[in-house]
Design a protein around this ligand. Structure first.
Ligand code: MN
Length: 296
């Protein structure tokens, strides 16, 4: 029997004081799983009363960001004039395309008691021919819930277990949050070119192979695999079509073209990106060295 797991990526953890962020990709081992080019998991954390998460306005190009929360709430504002408070069970998809600026901050209502933070921040590379599409923002609140004995799975993007999320896809994508009660089992569909799972709470196995907490586990393509838990768990499933062309990542910019990234750097440095209505004063300056992105 072939091994259902082809790669295990242990994320790099960053302790931001009040909470931890774990970055699985990009990593030395792997840069993408389907369109997913950036996978961060943050929390769980309960920030002290009176404090907040404040990600000041910053730009993106040639990608789409996907925000998903297990606990807490975040206010999103962007340069299109969008404003949305995201909560668990809802997805925010922000398409940067030619360029967008956004901020992510704890809602005022969360600050007095201390914000809860627990969720996923992922980026999807835009496919060839769609990198320079118009920027857009959508929040989808009605996502399919797949339920079975001891299983409850939310389809965030794409088609899984016969249910399709209405969330926009620029490249073929699957994304789901799976909750298994003790004794729960669920098949992992085989359609996507590339698939990975991340255990974000509890205990689970894939075809009998135990998952380690927060590791991004890339699954062998082509086979229906069995996810199961003896004591209960929360697992993220992600993937989609394999990209045949390379992407560059620098700070908050993703593109197939290095020149395009250099253009975006100059545009941010020179203040040529649009402002975020309602959040015009602050911004994150362009870093001097090519660090990885800084989220949150
Ligand atoms: Mn961002």
């Amino acid at each position: 029997m072939t091994d259902p797991i082809i790669q295990t990526i242990t994320p790099v953890a960053h302790d931001l004081g009040a909470f931890e962020v774990r970055r699985a990709i990009p990593s030395r081992q792997r840069t993408m799983v389907g369109p997913f080019i950036f996978v961060d998991q943050f929390g769980p954390a309960h920030l002290p009363a009176g404090t907040a998460m404040d990600v000041r306005p910053h730009p993106h190009i040639n990608l789409a960001t996907v925000t998903w929360l297990f606990e807490g709430a975040i206010d999103h504002r962007d340069s299109l004039g969008s404003f949305a408070t995201i909560r668990p069970g809802q997805v925010n998809l922000m398409t940067a395309g030619t360029g967008i600026v956004h901020s992510e901050r704890s809602p005022e209502t969360e600050r007095p008691g201390g914000p809860h933070l627990y969720g996923m921040q992922t980026w999807l590379a835009l496919p060839d021919g769609k990198e320079e599409i118009a920027p857009a923002f959508e929040q989808v609140t009605a996502l399919p819930l797949v339920e079975d004995v001891c299983v409850s799975a939310r389809v965030i993007m794409g088609t899984l277990w016969g249910q399709t999320a209405p969330t926009t896809q620029h490249a073929a994508t699957i994304y789901a949050e799976i909750l298994l009660a003790p004794g729960g089992t669920l098949p992992i569909d085989a359609e996507a070119d590339e698939r990975a799972v991340m255990l974000v709470g509890g205990e689970a196995q894939v075809d009998g192979h135990p998952l380690s907490l927060y590791d991004l586990v890339v699954l062998a393509p082509g086979a229906v695999l069995k996810l199961q838990s003896e004591t209960g768990s929360r697992v993220m499933l992600m993937g989609g079509e394999a990209f045949s062309t390379k992407r560059h990542v620098w700070w908050n910019f993703v593109s197939s073209s290095r020149d395009r990234i250099n253009q975006a750097k100059a545009d941010w440095q020179e203040g040529r990106f649009p402002k975020v209505p309602g959040d015009e004063e602050e911004f994150i300056p362009l870093p001097k060295v090519a660090t990885t992105v800084s989220y949150p």
